[in-house]
Write a protein that binds this ligand. Sequence first.
Ligand SMILES: NC(=O)C1=CN([C@@H]2O[C@H](COP(=O)(O)OP(=O)(O)OC[C@H]3O[C@@H](n4cnc5c(N)ncnc54)[C@H](O)[C@@H]3O)[C@@H](O)[C@H]2O)C=CC1
Ligand SMILES: CC(=O)[C@H](N)C(=O)O
Length: 350
Amino acid sequence: MFSAFRRKIALASPIVSGSRSRRLFSTQLHNIANPPRILVTGAVGQIGSELVPFLRKRYGVNNVIASDVSEIHSSSAEGPYVQADIMKFDKLDEVIQKHDINFVIHLACVLSAIGEQIPVLALKVNTRGIENILELARINKLRVYAPSSIAIYGPTTPKDETPQECVARPTTIYGITKVYTELIGEYYHQRFGVDFRSLRYPGIISSEAQPGGGTTDYAVEIYHEAIANKKYTCFLKEDTKMPMMYMPDTLRGTIQLIEAPEETLTQRSYNLTGMSFTPAEMAKEIQKEIPEFQIDYSPDFRQAIAESWPRSIDDSVARRDWNWKPEFNLSSMTKHIISRLREKKNLPST
Ligand SMILES: NC(=O)C1=CN([C@@H]2O[C@H](COP(=O)(O)OP(=O)(O)OC[C@H]3O[C@@H](n4cnc5c(N)ncnc54)[C@H](O)[C@@H]3O)[C@@H](O)[C@H]2O)C=CC1
Ligand SMILES: CC(=O)[C@H](N)C(=O)O
């Protein structure tokens, strides 16, 4: 009876062993003759709006299909775009078949601050989204990259130089869903051979795209306000140190991980960081470029979230396994962003 049951299950969902499946599911991304066919979910968000053009430059415009629940897509991301809700399995399946997708970059999510305002939305979008993507990956033999976050860590995690492997008991709904993302991704990898990879991004800072409702958003808003109004009211206390990374490093690190040969990887989800600083340190750096800039502080509910996360991250395992090394620090990023924002607004450089 048991063997009949096993045969039935095997027919319904063809399970393959880890090593064979890794060969089956892996696509050599840098193979020019056979480029990947990538679906990016959440493509309209902060990371997607810069990652999509970056991927298109590397793999070809028509090989990267941007998608989001939103009807509108960024003007900078010109190329194929599909409106698709991550909760709708059949619609996603249709897009995958129609565009011959073999790799999903899953960015659709609800970030930490919005997550604490509407926990049930974050819970649904962030868990059902990854479940749908992984199940589609299992059935269609797709690769999956889905970012995690420093939000997987919580108050009982070591705060400084948080190691790759340590206690991950977050207190935000967003963090809980990110732990789930990592674990379910690892399960699909071990059980079904899906090539699942992830990076635990710190706060991502960009000059081009606006943040989408996170706790680290102050570190993006501050530059825009410094240029527009020469002052900023920060929603975190001045001494709240957090791990961060500039977008060009994020894009480079993401490509490095997704293109890394399978045999070099010792993890499915890697710690990653660029720098760590406080709002006061960031303000000081901005004042070197804009001496009149003023900052004041009015901490809100996001202070408690920030205090539950690490102050700095140990990403030595990523450095060792696939040669990760950030290029920007607080000073070089600040100079770069301010000159970029001035350029966009046709303002003189000093
Ligand atoms: N931006 C950051 O600082 C960090 C981001 N990450 C991760 O990177 C990924 C992308 O983040 P961001 O671009 O910053 O987020 P974002 O909030 O800017 O963008 C998320 C996108 O998902 C879309 N979306 C929401 N619900 C959807 C649904 N039901 N169906 C389809 N699309 C839906 C939104 O319309 C939005 O365009 C997420 O997994 C996030 O957890 C991790 C750590 C830091
Ligand atoms: C660190 C993150 O995951 C994100 N930027 C957030 O603040 O929610």
